[in-house]
Design a protein around this ligand. Structure first.
Ligand SMILES: [Fe+2]
Length: 144
């Protein structure tokens, strides 16, 4: 699979302090998804194979299991009012990853690019927006 000239438009994401949600452990976990995004991007440029996609999906599944549980627990502890809606968004991520796993098994060639597009938009719309929404509440509760 080749991305042709479009691959030159791909920009490597670098962590910066503006991405922080103010809790070190969550930031560390968010950095992990950033590495997976960069890993997928780097490999898409080379032409990607399904074992690699399966490996990324395994990483993203493990990430979701551990990180979402952690995030949801902290939101619960500080009484974050948006928790139910947030959990629902986490559920939609899990559903999407399962769907992509199934399509990888049936060798759907559209998966690699769709995976990259999904995790990149997850980064932009979820981590940099919906996760930031709990940030001040969580930071406040950690100072108590
Ligand atoms: Fe989240």
């Amino acid at each position: 699979m080749s991305l042709g000239d479009d691959s030159k438009l791909i920009i490597k994401l670098e962590w910066c302090s503006e991405f922080s949600v103010g809790v070190d452990e969550l930031d560390q976990e968010h950095r992990q998804i950033l590495s997976v995004i960069n890993l997928i991007q780097a490999n898409l440029e080379e032409g990607v194979k399904s074992p690699f996609v399966s490996e990324c999906l395994t990483l993203l599944t493990r990430y979701a299991k551990e990180h979402f549980a952690h995030e949801e627990e902290l939101m619960r502890q500080c009484g974050y009012p948006g928790i139910e809606a947030h959990i629902e968004i986490h559920r939609s991520y899990r559903k999407k990853v399962v769907e992509l796993c199934q399509r990888t098994t049936s060798r759907d060639e559209a998966v690699p690019l769709e995976l990259l597009s999904y995790v990149t938009s997850w980064w932009n719309s979820h981590i940099l927006s919906e996760d930031k929404a709990y940030s001040s509440r969580l930071k406040g509760s950690q100072k108590l």
